[in-house]
Ligand binder design. Structure first.
Ligand code: SDX
Length: 430
């Protein structure tokens, strides 16, 4: 980053020059790192709406124009022409793999998909109706108890091994959470299957018969993984970075990311969006819910709508809608009532002045639920699938931070508005 110019701040009768650091795309930043030492003042941005927490070369989002790039490649091109493992290689290494690199990467991932057999004991400690995200938080956090040869964050080889293990084992952990919830035996990975094909077989295959994979559905699953792989410094990625900044081991950091993703304002929105569509039911009830979404006294929000960054459209939502049509078409689900309600709700909201003025558009979570339900997943698994895909983004962002020689522990400050200093009052005088 070269300094383009400086910005001048006048405060308390003094003038401060702030360096401007230049972006290759998108907004430049004002470097305020010395502001507190020089001017004894903090900046204030509680939701980090205008704060860059790091530099990054991984993902670029232009919210105004609906642009999403992974290492410079548009998401539309990767989703159409690439696949999830190639995208994973790109996010981690910065370049698309050659044929040889791709073969080696795929072989390495494939050879790490099995779990230590004792990990399955954790599942039996959960109730069958435990939310699978609760299981994911627990089991992924416990991985550091099993893979001691990949928790030394100061050893680059161990960091790389942890990255491979997390990408490779998340589908096995997620599929086992689903199998446990339906009381079916766990399925082991099959090395000759693709990443998405292996995952679908581990979820929907049974030991009693050969699993018949459907290439259209497998391709749809793979594309859903691509769309969810990374997304700049969102809440769960920032959680992973903050956890990692203290030197926590990679498995603990990813478990923290899973916990943050679970929230309905974030990755939990796909589950909430489908529940909302089921609650609305038929299109004639849409106006009632649109009014509730606009009512400040009603906590109800249209789940799957709105985004901190996208103020025009979420390019992933467009691709998700296309995938939904492909999956429903392949499965012969012609008039899925929820799809009809979703389409109608989208049209009503997009033409409503409230949503136009607040720039609220469907996000990736609006159509993903319909697709995942059609693929056979219960709503409780939707955010788990998001976590399987986003693990690649999390480990890529974590590794980028760990490789940064200037990296230090994240420790925000505050605007204190509590009581000023006061003396202790004995109980008899209170
Ligand atoms: C993801 O950050 C990422 O990149 C996340 C993600 C990723 O890939 O990692 O893209 C994945 O999390 C997508 C977002 C999924 N969440 C939802 O669909 C939940 C519903 N959406 C909202 O909760 C909300 O839109 C957020 C959380 C997504 C964004 O919230 P912001 O940017 O903090 O905006 P806001 O809450 O301040 O809303 C601005 C205004 C408010 O009205 P005012 O207070 O200004 O009058 O818009 C209103 C909100 O009330 N609003 C909505 C709304 N979303 C915002 N009103 C009704 N329905 C909604 N969905």
């Amino acid at each position: 980053m070269t300094k383009k110019e400086t910005a001048t701040l006048t405060y308390n009768g003094n003038t401060y020059d702030l360096n401007v650091l230049n972006a290759t795309m998108g907004p430049d930043v004002l470097d305020i790192r010395k502001l507190y030492a020089d001017a004894n003042v903090f900046t204030y941005d509680p939701g980090f709406t205008a704060t860059a927490s790091t530099t990054s070369k991984i993902t670029y989002i232009d919210g105004g124009n609906g642009v999403l790039l992974y290492r410079g490649y548009p998401i539309e091109q990767l989703a159409e022409k690439g696949d999830f493992l190639e995208t994973s290689y790109l996010l981690i290494n910065g370049e698309l793999p050659t044929h040889q690199q791709r073969k080696e990467f795929e072989k390495t991932i494939t050879n790490h998909t099995m779990l230590h057999e004792q990990i399955f004991s954790f599942y039996k400690g959960f109730r069958r109706d435990a939310h699978p995200m609760a299981i994911m938080c627990g089991v992924v956090g416990a991985l550091s108890a099993f893979y001691h040869d990949s928790i030394d964050i100061n050893d680059e080889k161990q960091r790389k091994l942890a990255t491979i293990r997390l990408i490779a084992k998340m589908p096995s952990i997620a599929a086992a959470a689903y199998k446990y919830s339906v009381g079916q035996p766990f399925m082991y990975p099959q090395n000759e299957l693709s990443f998405a094909g292996n995952f679908l077989r581990m979820c929907f295959g049974v030991p009693t018969e050969e699993y018949k994979s459907n290439p259209i559905l497998t391709r749809a699953m793979d594309r859903i993984f691509i769309l969810h792989a990374d997304h700049e410094q969102n809440a769960s990625t920032s959680t992973v970075r903050l956890a990692g900044s203290s030197g926590a081991n990679p498995f603990a950091c990813i478990a923290a990311g899973i916990a943050s993703l679970w929230g309905p304002a974030h990755g939990g929105a796909n589950e909430a969006a489908l529940a909302m569509l089921e609650e609305i039911g038929t299109p004639d009830r849409i106006p009632e819910y649109i009014e509730r979404a606009k009512d400040k006294n009603d906590p109800f929000r249209l789940m799957g709508f709105g985004h901190r960054v996208y103020k025009n459209f979420d390019p992933r939502a467009t691709l998700m809608q296309k995938t939904a049509h492909e999956v429903l078409g392949e499965l012969g689900i012609k008039d899925d009532p929820l799809m009809e309600t979703a389409r109608e709700l989208e049209q009503v909201a997009l033409n409503d002045p409230y949503f136009i003025e607040k720039k609220l558009y469907p996000n990736i979570d609006f159509y993903s639920g319909i697709t995942l339900r059609a693929l056979g997943f219960p709503t409780s698994m939707f955010t788990v699938l998001f976590a399987v895909a986003r693990t690649v983004g999390w480990v890529a962002q974590w590794e980028e931070m760990m490789e940064d020689p200037k990296q230090k522990i994240g420790r925000p400050r505050q605007l204190y508005t509590g009581p000023v200093t006061r003396d202790y009052v004995s109980a008899s005088n209170r």
